[in-house]
Design a protein around this ligand. Structure first.
Ligand code: G3P
Ligand code: MG
Length: 346
């Protein structure tokens, strides 16, 4: 086809391919958009030489606020409309656990935000570390609640409460205090604070919303993340009890997250574009080989070669090293990742 860039053809939505994006280190770093991200979104929305619009979703391991709130923020940052119908964060699939567990400890994030997320998912009785500290301020010798935390926390007699599961929804703001409380529960008789199990194997299960040991934010070097807390907790449990602790992580690279993303994309393409068949290719753009590339490649072997991994150099992965998991393509940034797919599809 010959088209002049000055008179782009009217955009048509493609049913052949789609994009899925990681967020931190690909589109955003430290709360600010990566410069090429805004242009990349314009390209997907039809401002490209082929006049094609490409459906896309976002799959981040991050979290700590409701999907609605995060989508509003992402819309401002990327200058596009982002809907919860095209968005999954680390804790989104945890909503399915609300059927199974009623009284749960939710850890991480700012203020009361994660409590609200969990309640929105349908968890009936959500406890935070602040609630436990308010009930017994000796719980964490070096952590005192701020006035606001004291005000918001819901104290009650936790010796009588059975905490059935522990969910780490977002990065802990106080590793020492949060780990002390998690450890107390893991060593308790069936999740009752103030008790000690003789065997240390009857505490509640622990679920992390992802397992990223490092992630990309405003510092030029990667920062430790939730996977580091997980490693720390498991090592600490071993050091204190002599026993192994097995915890579970959601998020990328888990196959379940990619299955969830596939269903979301299918629904999104159907609802917004009337497309009722699976795409031939989903380009996944990520910056973390261990989560994004590993997950995409492993899922690809289950998904009839539909998912195609693209690694960018704007986040965790840095040029000059060999990524632990090999992407199908490596490009400088997200704009190049979108151009790559557009060209490949012609
Ligand atoms: O805490 C979030 C971080 O570990 C990764 O987020 O968007 O790169 O999956 P993302
Ligand atoms: Mg990332």
């Amino acid at each position: 086809r010959s088209e002049s860039p000055s008179t782009p053809p009217e955009s048509q939505v493609t049913d052949r391919f789609a994009y899925a994006f990681d967020i931190d280190g690909v589109l955003i770093r430290g709360g600010k958009p990566i410069p090429e991200a805004i242009e990349a979104m314009k390209l997907l929305n039809g401002q490209n030489q082929y006049g094609v619009k490409v459906p896309y979703i976002f799959v981040t391991n991050g979290g700590g606020k409701t999907e609605q709130e995060r989508c509003r923020q992402l819309s401002d940052q990327l200058e596009i409309e982002v809907s919860p119908g095209q968005f999954i964060c680390g804790h989104t699939p945890m909503r399915e656990m609300a059927q199974k567990y009623s009284t749960v400890l939710v850890v991480g994030g700012e203020g009361e935000k994660c409590r609200h997320v969990a309640e929105g998912y349908g968890f009936k009785d959500v406890v935070t570390p602040g609630d436990i500290i308010k009930d017994n301020t000796d719980t964490t010798p070096f952590r005192k609640l701020t006035d606001e935390e004291w005000e918001n926390s819901r104290a009650r007699n936790f010796n009588k409460v059975e905490i059935e599961a522990i969910f780490v929804f977002a990065d802990s703001r106080d590793w020492a205090g949060d780990q002390q409380i998690i450890l107390d529960l893991l060593m308790s008789k069936k999740g009752r604070l103030g008790t000690r199990s003789e065997t240390f194997d009857e505490g509640p299960p622990v679920f992390f919303s992802h397992n990223d040991v490092i992630w990309s934010t405003s510092h030029e070097l990667s920062r430790i993340g939730m996977g580091a807390l997980r490693a720390s907790l498991e090592a600490m449990f071993k050091a204190v009890t002599g026993k192994e602790l097995k915890t579970t992580a959601f998020g990328k690279p888990q196959i379940g997250t990619f299955q969830f993303a596939t269903r979301l994309l299918q629904q999104w393409r159907k609802d917004t574009h009337g497309i009722d068949q699976p795409p031939d290719t989903v380009y996944f753009v990520g910056d973390t080989p261990e989560s994004d590339i590993r997950g995409t490649n492993e899922f690809n072997s289950h998904a009839e070669n539909t998912w195609f991994s693209i690694l960018v150099r704007t986040g965790v992965y840095k040029e000059g090293t060999k990524p632990k998991f090999t992407p199908k393509a490596t490009v400088n940034n997200v704009l190049e990742a979108v151009q790559y797919g557009l060209v490949r599809e012609q």
